[in-house]
Design a protein around this ligand. Sequence first.
Ligand SMILES: NC(=O)c1ccc[n+]([C@@H]2O[C@H](COP(=O)([O-])OP(=O)(O)OC[C@H]3O[C@@H](n4cnc5c(N)ncnc54)[C@H](OP(=O)(O)O)[C@@H]3O)[C@@H](O)[C@H]2O)c1
Length: 267
Amino acid sequence: MSNWTKYFNGKRVWVTGASSGIGKALVEALGEAGVSTVASARRADRLSKLAERYECVRALPMDITDFEASDEMATRAWDLLGGLDILINNAGASHRFLFAEAEPEAIQRIIDVNLAGPMHLSRAVVARMLAAGGGHLVTITSLAARIQTPQRTVYTAAKMALHGLFDSLRGEVEPHGVAITLVAPGFVRTEISESAVTADGDAYGMTGEQHARGMPPDLCAQRILTGVASRRREFSVAVTPLLRYAAFVRRYLPWLYFRLIAKAKVT
Ligand SMILES: NC(=O)c1ccc[n+]([C@@H]2O[C@H](COP(=O)([O-])OP(=O)(O)OC[C@H]3O[C@@H](n4cnc5c(N)ncnc54)[C@H](OP(=O)(O)O)[C@@H]3O)[C@@H](O)[C@H]2O)c1
C-alpha cells in the first residue's frame, strides 16, 4: 500500500465523474482515508449512496456540459468543504463511431464532456485556487492521446487537447503554487464502453473486450492517487504490454504504426 494518504491528509478534494468506474473508486479510496471529498456526476442516486457510506464525502450532482453553471458549481463545491485543494477532472465519455457517419450532436457531446466541460470547470476552480494561494489540478486524459486508433477520432482529439490546455496552463499557474497533473489510463474495467456514444447518439451498451480484461478500478485509483501525491506532471496507468509496444512504435516508427493500425481490429 502506498503512502498517498500523507499528501491528501487535511486536503479538500473534488472528483467529477464519481458515479462509476475510476471516479467512484477514487472517491471510495479517499472516503476510506477520511479525506474531505465532493463527488459529482449526473446520477444523483449513486452519489448519495457514496455520501451515505463515508461521512467525509458530499454529493454535488452536476452535468459537466452545462458550462454556464461552472462558476456556480465551483462556488458550491468550495462552500461544501470550505475551500478546495485538489480538483480531479475525471468525468468523460468515449464513442464507437466512424467519423464520416457521426451525427453533429454525437460529435459535440464528446467534445463537451471530455474537453469543454473540464476546461470551463478548471477555469472556475483555478481562479479560486490562485486567489487562495495554491492548489492542484488533476485531469484524467487517455493513452488515446498518444496512440491514435480508428473509431475514437473525436475522443482522441478531446483528450489530446486536454494535454495542450494543461501543458500550456502550467506556465501561468505553477509559479503561483498551482500544480498540474495529467493521468493517461490505458484499459480499466469500467462502464466506459457501455455508455460510449454511437453515431446517432445512442449508448453502445456493450463491454469492450479490452476493457473487460482491464485493470480493476480500485487498483487504478490507488495508482492515480500515488502519482498525484508525488506531484508528477504526467503519468500513465493500466498500460498493457501491447499498449506499451504501440506507444513505442507510434512515437519512433510512425510510418509503421499507421500501416499496422489501418489493418488492426479496433472494437
Ligand atoms: N476505462 C478506461 O479504460 C479509460 C481509459 C482511458 C481514459 N479513461 C478516462 O477515465 C475517465 C473515467 O472514465 P471511466 O472509465 O471510469 O468510465 P465510466 O465508468 O463510464 O465513468 C464516467 C463518469 O463520467 C460521468 N459523466 C459522463 N458524462 C457526464 C456529464 N455530462 N456530466 C457529468 N458527469 C458525466 C459519469 O457519470 P453520470 O453518467 O452519472 O453523469 C461517470 O461517473 C474518463 O475521463 C475516461 O475518458 C478511461
